[in-house]
Design a protein around this ligand. Sequence first.
Ligand SMILES: [Zn+2]
Length: 452
Amino acid sequence: MSLRVSKEIENEITMLLSDLIRIDTTNPPGNEIKAANYLDQKLSIEGFDCDIIESEAGRANIITRLNGTGEKPSLLLLSHLDVVAANKDEWSVDPFGGLVRDGNVWGRGTLDMKSMTAIETMVITLLKRNKISLKGDLIFAATADEEKGGVKGIHYLLENYREKIFANYVINEGGGIGIPIKNRTLYMIQTAEKGIIWFKVKTKGIPGHASMPDNESNAILLMSKVIEKLSNYNHQVLLSDSLSQFLIKLAGSDDKLERAFSRILKDPTQSDIVLDELAKDYPDLIKEIRPRVKMTITPTIIKGGMKENVLPSECVTTFDCRLLPGQSIDRTLEMIKELLRTIDSENISLEILQTQEPSVSPTDTVFYNTIESVLKDFEPGCLVSPLLMTGGTDSRLFRKIGSVCYGFQPRLPEKPYNRIVKGEHGIDEHISVRNLVFGTSVLYEVIRRFLS
Ligand SMILES: [Zn+2]
């Protein structure tokens, strides 16, 4: 099976994305209403009824649907309309120019994630134009405010309009990327996300003149012990199901990896040693795997002291902790508190800022199998594997309410994996027209097969 859209459709999807890029939805302030109105206009021409839902003035979400007969489950095509800021001076093209050049569309949001909005718009449009009768409802939603936590977007919709947006299955960002392995491609479907605990640790000291230091009561020195302990703690290795499946797929591609990964799979406690050995030959790959076998705790903000010659009485550090599927927030917090108690129980306090449970969707579903078989029809011999993502997407919210969510924007490998990942939120963000066509073709076929 090849890329099966006509030149007209290729131009249509390219212009759709270029137009969306030219609508500046940098969040803050977001101002997604302009993009929502643009999509409303495009979809209305095709005969769709769209709901534009504003959580506050300008912060718009757009939802529409193709009704099925109800014989099959419902499916949501999800994306977000807002983008992160772009500094024009750093870019070689106008980040909001929507430039189409050298077979690529350039601009902020071409990867994260207006390309997916364009692809999903095209897919639902083509299903309607081609009069494909669906047995399950297909919902389309492009939301506001994802880049700032989604309070004015997905959270608002799930609280106030859940019946409009809920679906049994969800396709979202965060996966679908193909990575080249020898002469095959490994496509990764995002099936799991690490959880989050953001917390602050405060240390107390005794102020005084710095010319007469007392290292026992210096808040910054105490904090250095905290950072050292939390950041370098040797957490237990935990192989999630998605990571195990990923390693097994990868192992099949290379003898050396096969031997190494079978050691890890047999005895996960060997992970550090094995990964250290592999790091010389596969530095990028191992960088990707390391945070997926263990919990991580990383200091991200530090504030302390007030004057050159005054002993600091207080120091505050913010930490970003990422939990693996199977690790609980409560037990992790207990562990962190215990570690802090071993340093000093009186002068250290902990404040929790935000928590999110890890989230997982099963891979033994008809939908997952449909995705896999469509990819193999497009590219015989390709590998398909679940992906545990270290960051987070809105998929976690849908997993919480019972939806099966996959991060899946199918993309052909065009660059080494580490450079693909740096594109999102990066300078000179762009996507190839070829990948717009590939994404549309694959996703169209997945949905046609699954829902009709
Ligand atoms: Zn995104």
